[in-house]
Write a protein that binds this ligand. Structure first.
Ligand code: 0RA
Length: 674
């Protein structure tokens, strides 16, 4: 392991002149931070609040990466403050030449803008990270810095970024280190509660990424019930891969691991194949999770496929007549963590979470190719496990392709007649026609009766359509529900997809407003996303919004599409003051029957629709299908990267996060992020 023997420098602070004041180019006060906190910590809600902790911990992790620190303790106090204690070198305290302040006060009260970045060492920086501890100070109503350095303990306190007094020694210590205690300012943050699980998840990941660093979290918020968590991973990201695979079946025993420094870039990669179809590849640059990947990931993928092919050829796993493994073949079932550290990371992309440094790609490629080749040579049993998994993937993919080709060649979708279940519209002008994809036969029946048959077509789908994330295209094409849909749309699929053949202008997904409905909707959206992305891109895909409530008093009928709207109708249109007393109607659950009297006495009945089937055809037309009055959400792809991730959560083999996602998002209708 190449251990950096360099002095840590804090952005614009150069090592050449010791803790050189003259090197600091621009030093600003903290007013801009309090004025526009979002610019520095993202937002002032939960993420921003927690970012305050990350910012201080990042500094300690920087000390650890530079080899000066091996322990960080994060303590949550009952008064809402947090301490981050480390055994690094301690923030310097001597006088700073330009500011005439102590270095400590300079670090904590000045914004370090435009200075040199990270000279000498790798730092956790990028995105919102690395904005500096002064930002934390600016956004804290109180902050105390305690530094152990030069045999003494130094202390300084601040209020909203301003020092209360000069730094002074309050005792002696042989140790070195820094303890920052801060109380987030309630004038700034809309949320002040720290979320232990969120903190543990982030810090566990940081511990995996910084091997041999011990991170402790002490939750002392509840009296007599303190809990302490310790993260220490001897194996770094190799431990991470084991952790990710803990409930899976590995295809080989040893986790491949490499750590190497080359041309100023430190590369660390761990991987292991498991008996699964999906891949789990997580990448980081300077400890920041790069959701959108980037150059390090590209280098990783290239070297992986190339090295496995070479080995498979050399050892005769692949015969002369056999095709090479593709990157899809080497992807299947892999769990990998790729972590790079470099001096000046460039973050790009929508979310600033994609590594842009082109020089990183060939470095990662060389490091991985060399180390993986050695690993395969030295561990033939592991090598066999890996190669056989890739060959299996290749075989399955070939079989799928042959099946698909023959399905398409036979013209499965070319000359086929429209499915019997489809109630087509009479207009054949695709510019103003619509197709409703409706969940279930009964709702389908209502929709057929309620529609305007001149331009509205109805296709009822039975049960849950196939989970397209897991299924291969040949299986998908064999699924009757999907077949019906593809034929009805008229566009064909895959290479034969042709947007000009689309038979309807609007494809409207109409499902119940419950969890099952949300699931079916997601399955359909996944299919559109994966196989008909052009339909989304051209704005052809919509989601119908059936009302949640029917509110009636005598002949007056209102429909509410949200709880807020329901309350508004009750208070504004019907002049009812105490809305919580008028809850739910006769056909709701029994616990509501008591309230029923009150409902009746006010003369108002509220019906909560649980499914489309509860509406008669006329109601369905009025509330959901009539273009003059309905609410439709157009499905857009604002951020393909995020969309892909969402689908992965929803469709992957992990059931728990999917359930959670669906139930939390099922009701958020305004802006649908696919
Ligand atoms: C500036 C310079 C040096 C270290 C630090 C800052 C530093 C900051 C924080 C914040 C939390 N813990 C920290 N530990 C260190 C380098 C000091 C030297 O050259 O000795």
């Amino acid at each position: 392991m190449a251990k950096e023997k360099i002095t840590k420098t804090n952005k614009n602070i150069s090592k050449s002149a010791g803790y050189g004041a003259e090197q600091i180019t621009v030093l600003e006060g903290l007013e801009p931070v309090r004025k526009r906190p979002g610019m520095y910590i993202g937002n002032t809600a939960k993420e921003g609040l927690h970012h305050m902790i990350w910012e201080v911990v990042d500094n300690a992790v920087d000390e650890a990466m530079a080899g000066f620190c091996d322990r960080v303790v994060v303590t949550l106090h009952p008064d809402g403050s947090v301490s981050v204690d480390d055994n690094g070198r301690g923030i310097p305290v001597e006088k700073h030449k330009t500011t005439k302040l102590s270095a400590l006060e300079t670090v904590l009260t000045k914004l370090h803008a435009g200075g040199k970045f990270g000279e000498g060492g790798y730092k956790v920086s990028g995105g919102l990270h690395g904005v500096g501890v002064s930002v934390v100070n600016a956004l804290s109503s109180y902050l105390k810095a305690e530094v152990r350095r030069d045999g003494k303990i130094w202390v300084q306190e601040y209020e909203r970024g301003k020092a209360k007094a000069n730094v002074k020694p309050i005792g002696n210590s042989k140790e070195t280190g820094t303890t920052i205690t801060f109380l987030p300012d309630k004038q700034i943050f809309s949320v002040l509660d720290f979320d232990l699980k969120y903190i543990l998840d982030h810090l566990r990941q940081q511990a995996y990424l910084t091997k041999k660093l011990t991170i402790l979290v002490a939750d002392k918020r509840i009296k007599n019930n303190h809990s302490i968590y310790t993260f220490y991973f001897e194996g770094g990201i190799a431990s991470y891969v084991r952790h990710l695979n803990r409930n899976k079946t590995p295809k080989h025993d040893r986790v491949f691991y490499v750590e190497k420094e080359k041309d100023g870039v430190q590369t660390e990669i761990a991987l292991q194949y498991v008996d699964e179809y999906n891949e789990t590849v997580i990448s980081f640059a300077n400890n920041i999770y790069t959701v959108e990947g980037g150059m390090h990931l590209q280098g990783f993928r290239t070297a992986l496929t190339r090295t496995l092919n070479k080995y498979a050829r050399d050892k005769g796993f692949l015969k002369e007549k056999d095709d090479n493994l593709t990157s899809d073949d080497t992807k299947e079932g892999i769990t990998a963590v790729v972590s790079v550290k470099l001096k000046e990371p460039q973050f790009e992309g929508q979310t600033k979470a994609k590594l842009g440094n082109a020089e990183v790609k060939p470095i990662v490629e060389t490091v991985l190719a060399e180390a993986l080749q050695n690993f395969l040579e030295e561990n033939p049993r592991d090598a066999e496990g890996i190669i056989s998994k890739c060959l299996l993937a290749q075989k399955a993919r070939t079989a799928a392709r042959i099946a698909r080709d023959s399905v398409l060649r036979k013209g499965a979708f070319d000359g086929l007649t429209l499915p019997g279940k489809l109630a087509d519209c009479s207009s054949r002008d695709p510019k103003n026609t619509e197709i409703y994809i409706v969940e279930g036969d009964s709702a389908g029946g209502s929709a057929k009766q309620g529609r305007d048959r001149r331009f509205q077509a109805i296709l009822p789908l039975r049960g849950k359509i196939l989970n397209v994330e897991k299924a291969r295209i040949d299986k998908m094409l064999a699924n009757n529900e999907i077949k019906s849909l593809v034929i009805a749309l008229g566009t064909n699929i895959g290479e034969k997809f042709n947007l000009e053949e689309l038979r309807y202008d609007k494809i409207i997904i109409m499902t119940d407003a419950d969890v099952d409905g949300a699931h079916i909707r997601t399955l359909l959206l996944t299919m559109f996303y994966r196989y008909f992305i052009e339909l989304i891109n051209h704005g052809h895909v919509y989601i119908a919004q059936p009302p949640l409530y029917k509110i009636q008093r005598g002949k007056e009928i209102y429909y509410a599409y949200s709880d807020e709207q329901k309350n508004e109708i009750l208070t504004k249109n019907l002049n009812i003051k105490q809305i919580n007393e008028v809850e739910l109607s006769a056909d709701s659950e029994s616990e509501d029957i008591k309230k029923d009297n009150k409902t009746k006495s006010s003369g108002v009945s509220i019906q909560r629709y649980k499914g489309l089937g509860e509406m008669n055809p006329q109601q369905l037309w009025e509330t959901t299908m009539n273009p003059a009055t309905r609410l439709l959400l157009q499905v857009t792809i604002e951020d393909a990267a995020r969309a892909d991730e969402t689908f992965a959560i929803l469709m992957g083999s992990d059931v728990a996060p999917r359930k959670k996602f669906i139930s939390t998002h099922a009701k958020s209708v305004k802006n649908l992020d696919v």
